[in-house]
Write a protein of this length. Structure first.
Length: 327
């Protein structure tokens, strides 16, 4: 029971696709808690101490945030089969994995997002995503004007992947099995295919020659079947009950004295994403190293504590004060 994996997500979440693919390719059984595409989200947000991005991964009362950290944790707990790219000596090529993730997450995907059919989306969704992306509002007219530029950038990314696959390889890094490089890249293609206009452009040649990309896409998803059919359903109440009953916790790891930022194991800190969804999470610092920060969140609403895990990269960690809690 302590190893039961619960994925909190919604079906249209592109980043959840990364984790669903990883779970399926590794053969890891998981429970699926479907949440709304925007808050409020019963159980999910309280368990994560207020963090609002999707997906999160729950194992007992340990809550893992951000797909980069979730993928790392899945590799740590379930090392075989590994999804990490390796060099010719069989060593994990962390730099290559990082490079593909940064390219897909910071360039390919944002341009795909710019192709959202904003004019057909409900006002409540637009209002939420404006707040999520640190804007006062989303201008539908400006978004429509910017589409040709975004589409041009997407075309370049698709062409790059198509060229990579043009030598007949099955997967991006010419490996016998998919790696995280495939997972990072295919998320963007999956997302494009959810827009009817962009799916048509992929298939009718408007994006140029992407035949190898489409074959690779079908090959990858052919290994797992329909993503929406994976994961045994679980309710919010059941997920809360798991967190309440199954608790291991993280041993305190890090400096006992304040570091140069003033952070100290056992002290209150504020953890905030540095890009979007900047909702601060306040908790007791129990782990801080070069890869991960873990805070223990005491949630009076739930009546128990959770250990909320974040990657170091992309998150600001500062000592708690009235000012930092509002950042």
């Amino acid at each position: 029971m302590s190893e039961e994996v619960i994925l909190h997500h919604y079906h249209a979440s592109p980043y959840a696709q990364k984790i669903i693919l990883a779970l399926a390719l590794k053969g890891i059984p998981f429970r699926s808690l479907i949440v709304p595409p925007y808050p409020p989200r019963k159980a999910t947000i309280p368990l994560a101490g207020g963090y609002r991005k999707i997906p999160i991964l729950q194992i007992g009362a340990d809550i893992y945030c951000d797909t980069a950290l979730i993928l790392e944790e899945l590799e740590r707990r379930f090392p075989e089969p590994s999804l990490l790219p390796k060099d010719q000596k069989g060593n994990v090529d962390g730099a290559l994995e990082f490079a593909y993730r940064m390219w897909c997450d910071k360039h390919f995907f944002p341009n795909a997002v710019a192709l959202l059919p904003y004019e057909s989306l409900p006002p409540v969704f637009l209002s939420d995503r404006a707040k999520f992306s640190n804007r006062s509002q989303i201008s539908v007219e400006k978004a429509k004007e910017n589409r040709p530029i975004a589409r041009d950038q997407v075309r370049i990314s698709l062409s790059t992947i198509n060229a990579q696959l043009s030598d007949g390889r099955s997967f991006i890094l010419d490996t016998p099995r998919p790696t995280t490089a495939d997972i990072h890249a295919v998320m963007c293609v999956w997302f494009l295919r959810t827009f009817p206009d962009e799916r048509k452009r992929l298939e009718d040649g408007s994006y140029g020659d992407v035949k190898k990309v489409l074959e690779w896409y079908q090959r990858l998803y052919g290994l797992i079947g329909r993503p929406s059919s994976l994961g045994k359903p679980i309710t919010a109440e059941e997920a809360l009950d798991v967190a309440r009953r199954v608790r291991k916790g993280v041993d305190a790891i890090g400096k006992s004295e304040p570091d140069e930022v003033g952070r100290q194991i056992g002290g209150l800190v504020v953890v905030t994403p540095d890009d979007t969804g900047r909702v601060p999470v306040v908790g007791k610092l129990v782990k801080l190293d070069q890869a991960e920060v873990v805070v223990r969140v005491e949630n009076q609403e739930l009546g128990f504590e959770t250990d909320v895990h974040f990657p170091r990269l992309g998150f600001v960690v500062v000592p708690y004060s009235d000012k930092t809690a509002r950042l």
